[in-house]
Design a protein around this ligand. Structure first.
Ligand code: PLP
Length: 391
């Protein structure tokens, strides 16, 4: 990007330019897809910074630099999926370590923790991360990570990132170590919330969602301002190999260019839809941080630039009514995932959060989750109106 230091550009400019220079050989404005596994060397170990594409690839590097700039830090790593990013963070741990994690968390994160990492001697406490008292009470000398999702998936609760950082600082041990704060920033995207600027150590994303934005790629990312953490994660990623291909990196880079614009529309559509649902006779509960009825409405206004595009609801008729509702929408397609330009609807209990069903973290069977897209809001409202009364 042009000379000016990246800190002086606005977010809307960074999404388009950060990490991306015209191709030095051809002048191509768009970052080329460097579809190569290896790079010629002038002599043994004499290369231009690229040896092998598991370690580094120029298309991936452009994406990583852009993502880092969007979270306001120097270091970014792109992964093959959000879960690969999460798994690599768990690899920072050692047997005997303890993790505090949100009890309202993406089902895949719980599955990875409970069914995989718990077998390697890592202990997990699942707590309500909207409660500072609950987090404080769960901290042990062995606590190495505090894992926040904010907003949480699927209940849209919030964690006060700066306050949790304060708790972690208070828990600093005599050897200087304190729990690392990790924020899964997938639901908000850095357009709405920058947890590293609030003091968190690592921000992770499923780039499959808002960052890619078009439901055409699976990817993940981790960003940090801490060079030592970055080096360790880079080592772990290269050692284990969970890297994205260059074509997928290109797709995320292209999607990012409209992130700021898309998030504005996601927020304004979701706000109108949440208000409509809150007034509807068939709807018992609406979870949306942009409604004054949300228990952390003030925190949302403080911590986020907008309440986002995700809503969850419980209908008066409970699980039966919820399943009928998700089966009758036409524009809102019944599908897992979120954050694309198209609106999606789903039933977390049997779909995205099915892996929680047999655990204490099981979601309410009546809960319905909406990922509000960027279509015309009147068409979306009409669709929901007819589906809510469908028999
Ligand atoms: N984090 C959150 C909040 C998610 O919703 C998801 C997927 O839905 C993930 C992480 C995992 O990402 P991926 O599906 O890209 O592996």
């Amino acid at each position: 990007m042009p000379e000016k230091s990246q800190n002086n550009y606005h977010f809307e400019t960074l999404v388009i330019h950060a990490g991306q220079e015209p191709d030095p050989t051809t002048g191509a404005v768009m970052t080329p897809i460097y579809q190569t596994s290896t790079y010629v060397q002038a002599g043994p170990a004499q290369h231009k910074g690229y040896e092998y594409s598991r370690t580094d690839n120029p298309t991936r590097k452009a994406l990583e630099d852009c993502l880092a700039a969007l979270e306001g830090v120097p270091y970014g790593l792109a992964f093959a999926s959000g879960m690969a990013a999460i798994d690599t963070i768990f690899k920072l741990l050692a047997p005997g370590d303890h993790v505090i994690a949100s009890n309202d968390v993406y089902g895949g994160t719980f599955r990875l923790a409970d069914k995989v990492w718990a077998n390697y001697g890592i202990a997990f406490s699942w707590v309500d991360v909207s409660s500072l008292d609950a987090i404080r009470a769960a901290i042990r000398p062995a606590t190495r990570l505090i894992w926040l999702e904010t907003p949480t998936n699927p209940r849209l609760g919030l964690a006060d990132v700066a306050a949790v950082v304060g708790l972690a600082n208070d828990a600093k041990r005599s050897d200087g170590r304190r729990p690392l704060i990790v924020v899964d920033n997938t639901f908000a995207s850095p357009a709405l919330q920058q947890p590293l600027r609030l003091g968190a150590d690592l921000a992770i994303h499923s780039t499959t969602k808002y960052l890619g934005g078009h439901s055409d790629v699976v990817g993940g990312a981790v960003m940090t301002g801490d060079e030592a953490l970055f080096q360790r994660l880079k080592f772990l990623q290269n050692a284990a190999g969970a890297v994205p291909g260059p074509q997928d990196c290109f797709l995320v880079l292209r999607g990012l260019k409209t992130l700021a614009l898309r998030m504005e529309r996601h927020c304004s559509n979701a706000q109108q839809i949440a208000e409509f649902l809150a007034d509807h006779a068939q709807v018992a509960t609406v979870n949306y941080p942009g409604l004054p009825s949300h228990p952390q409405y003030d925190l949302a206004r403080r911590q986020m630039r907008g309440p986002g595009g995700m809503i969850s609801v419980i209908l008066n008729g409970g699980a039966e009514a919820g399943k009928r509702f998700v089966s009758h929408t036409r524009l809102f397609q019944l599908a897992e995932s979120l954050g694309g330009v198209e609106s999606l609807i789903e039933h977390p209990y049997s779909m995205t959060h099915a892996s929680l069903a047999a655990s204490d973290l099981a979601v309410d069977p009546g809960l319905v989750r909406l990922s509000v897209g960027i279509e015309h809001v009147d068409d979306l409202l009409d669709d929901l109106r007819q589906a809510l009364v469908a028999k």
